[in-house]
Design a protein around this ligand. Structure first.
Ligand code: FAE
Length: 515
């Protein structure tokens, strides 16, 4: 433990210093931040990035940077002493495990009263922990959710640019048809197709050629070794290997990990004063810093950016922010569900999903259901799904003056439209296949995982809380560039949408504001 902490701390040696003045400061290193960093640095602009999580570059005592899902240790969670797994029960019994010490782990499970929001923490944000599914939204739905955005430009230029930058690739369908590690997907596919639902292959940023080599025992295993939500040691093209690596190669990017921004206010004259706390991996405060920046890009994710802006408005630091800041938050209609499958689903399951059940065209309740693995390393004959639904409910983030924190008012009952839509699909599949729901994975006799989400979106919606390119009105040089711009739903897994919108917005901002 101590050798790992020491080695990792060394990666922060280029940390931003108190009193520094920088041309551009990016808060957060997920998709929006990484795109901004690459395009700004390629335009010759020196850019400083601060990230509350650590830089995941140094192996621990086991020789691995990340732990796997079967043996979670302190690296798994952001300052917890017990895992908070999405599937936290099995056969009705709690299966979360103790982890210690409390540590700056890679996955945060941030709890609000009726919603747990999973988020990545570290240089690379959510790309470190996600399933890598790189899905371009359906054009008609994109036009519905973001009507102010020119969809010709998006589908001709920015979605292709995003997919290239992210390194999205497609599975070899011949290999898919026979490999053991996607047996669970084939079982789901067959039962869905038999019930009349179509299934689609989806691209992923995990290198499928690497996965094939894993399968052939030619390289160390990652996707086939139960590595996903606590990080992948090999194979995945997370942002630190794509956008951020390319930005760093310009020599114009500095990244300060373990720096959490706590305040933003206009500086005397122009620009912004940004306050931040530097911590060590045990959570101790190392330094409190104040820097100034000509321009600040908030890329702290839907929850992170919304919390900062809502608090700054309420505390009078950015009092003129629009009232739409903090509104329009949604969970992309996420609900999780398991089926007890009749056919064996395979002992070794790839952690990277490659297929979805596409029932989005159903006007009674659109569903796009990711066929998710259960990487338990033995055959449980479970079919698991993360269903993305068109849930109209939206929550608001508000400042709580008694706690000093920001609340999210999502209500449990608001997940019902998601459950209704997903049940239509899975009731039909179960009925045709003669299978049943698992009721033991999300609680005791609880069928739906409806109190957590992977896809937090909104809170600072494009063309509502910002202008049509992410500029915050009344505050020149202050921008939003992440999932908070997307109005609570995008109909598929969201990071391609976030990346493409960031590509579009930063191009306009560089051309217009920084020329
Ligand atoms: P994000 O990637 O969350 O980056 C924000 C960064 O800002 C984080 O690194 C934070 O630590 C940092 N930060 C926050 N507050 C502060 C602060 N005050 N000071 C400094 N730094 C701060 O934001 N999406 C897909 O498209 N496909 C998938 O297969 C998929 N699977 C997922 C699986 C899991 C388990 C999870 C949790 C998410 C998954 N997602 C998936 C969602 C996806 O990762 C998420 O939408 C994006 O990461 C959001 O990108 P942002 O740039 O908005």
């Amino acid at each position: 433990m101590s050798s790992r902490a020491t080695a990792r701390a060394a990666t922060a040696q280029h940390a931003i210093s108190s009193g520094d003045h920088v041309p551009v400061l990016i808060i957060g290193s997920g998709y929006g931040g990484a795109v901004a960093a690459l395009r700004l640095t390629r335009a010759g602009i020196s850019t400083a990035m601060v990230e509350m999580g650590q830089s995941w570059t140094t192996p621990g005592s086991d020789g691995k940077i990340f732990c796997n899902m079967l043996s979670p240790d302190d690296r798994s969670y952001w300052f917890k002493t017990k895992t908070e797994q999405p599937i936290s029960y099995f056969l009705g019994f709690p299966i979360d495990k103790s982890i210690s010490p409390s540590y700056a782990g890679v996955l945060d499970a941030e709890d609000f009263p009726a919603m747990r929001v999973y988020q990545g923490r570290g240089v690379g944000g959510g790309s470190l922990v996600n399933g890598g599914m790189a899905v371009t939204p359906k054009r008609t739905y994109f036009e519905e959710i973001l009507p102010s955005v020119n969809s010709d430009e998006m589908y001709n230029t920015y979605f292709p640019r995003a997919n290239t930058g992210l390194g999205a690739n497609n599975i070899d369908q011949t290999w898919f048809a026979t490999c053991d590690c996607y047996q669970f997907t084939r079982v789901s596919q067959t039962t869905a197709n038999n019930a009349g639902y179509s299934t689609v292959f989806v691209p992923n940023v995990y290198d499928f050629n690497y996965m094939k080599q894993e399968d052939a025992n030619q390289v160390p295993r990652s996707a086939l070794a139960s590595e996903v939500i606590y990080g992948n040691n090999y194979g995945k093209k997370s942002l630190d290997k794509t956008y951020l690596a390319a930005a760093a190669a310009t020599g114009k990017l500095s990244i300060s990990p373990l720096h959490k921004v706590t305040g933003i206010a206009p500086a005397a004259g122009s620009g912004y004063t940004v306050t931040m706390t530097q911590i060590d991996t045990a959570g101790n405060t190392v330094a409190s810093k104040t820097v100034t920046a000509d321009r600040v890009i908030l890329a702290a994710g839907s929850v992170g950016t919304s919390k900062l802006l809502v608090a700054m408005k309420a505390l009078g630091k950015l009092p003129n922010l629009p009232s739409a800041v903090g509104t329009g938050w949604g969970n992309n209609g996420n609900v999780m569900v398991g089926r007890a499958g009749l056919a064996p689903t395979g002992q070794v399951q790839s952690g990277m999903p490659c297929m979805g059940i596409d029932n989005w065209a159903d006007s009674n309740g659109p569903v796009f259901a990711e066929i998710a693995p259960v990487p338990a390393n033995f055959d449980l004959s479970i079919n698991l799904y993360l269903a993305i639904t068109k849930n109209p409910n939206r929550a608001t983030l508000t400042f709580n003056s008694s706690t000093g924190g920001v609340d999210l008012n999502w209500q449990s009952a608001w997940s019902q439209p998601s459950i209704d839509a997903a049940s239509r699909v899975f009731d039909a599949i179960n009925s045709k296949a003669g299978t049943i729901y698992r009721t033991d994975l999300f609680g005791v006799y609880k069928t739906w995982g409806d109190n957590f989400c992977y896809h937090a979106l909104g809170g600072c919606v494009l063309n509502q809380a910002t202008d049509n390119y992410g500029r915050l009105p009344g505050y020149p040089g202050l921008y939003v560039m992440d999932g908070s711009l997307i109005p609570g739903s995008t109909g598929v897994n969201p990071f391609v949408t976030i990346t493409a919108i960031a590509e579009r917005n930063i191009e306009e901002i560089i051309a217009t504001d920084l020329a």
